[in-house]
Design a protein around this ligand. Sequence first.
Ligand code: SF4
Length: 159
Amino acid sequence: MQNLILNALEKAKTWARLNSPWVLHYNSGSCNGCDIELLATITPRYDVERFGVKLAGSPRHADVLIATGPVTRQSRDRLLRIYQQMPEPRYVMALGACALGGGVFHNCYNTLGGIDAFLPVDVYVPGCPPRPEAIINGVVLLLQKLKGEAVPHGEPQPA
Ligand code: SF4
């Protein structure tokens, strides 16, 4: 009986996560270009809320971490702490060329590389900055991953 209840609760949690993933946005060193495009994506014009996506105010309530910018020496510890504070299962989206591999800040004295040098990244969204359509495409890929569907790797995404 207890197992039945636990299974039902687990199914309800998965259903809720699929229909409304809560995301946390963290700028680990971006020039703010990617952040502005992300903000545009949650406005009514692009309306990413139609996929149930909502911004979470705390890492403790977030399913997905959307990270922008390269990882700077100053932000690395905060990035790791935020990720550790998120409940499992947790997912990471790297947004923009800098988050993918350092971008224009590659090999700068104060940067350490892209997000995947420190965290397991589930979805990469290229572009400098990525347009809202590319970000929405990344959200759809992430939802496919949450559903356990195969996510195409290496396919060109709109920049
Ligand atoms: S990818 Fe481009 S817009 Fe985004 S943080 Fe880097 S330089 Fe700025």
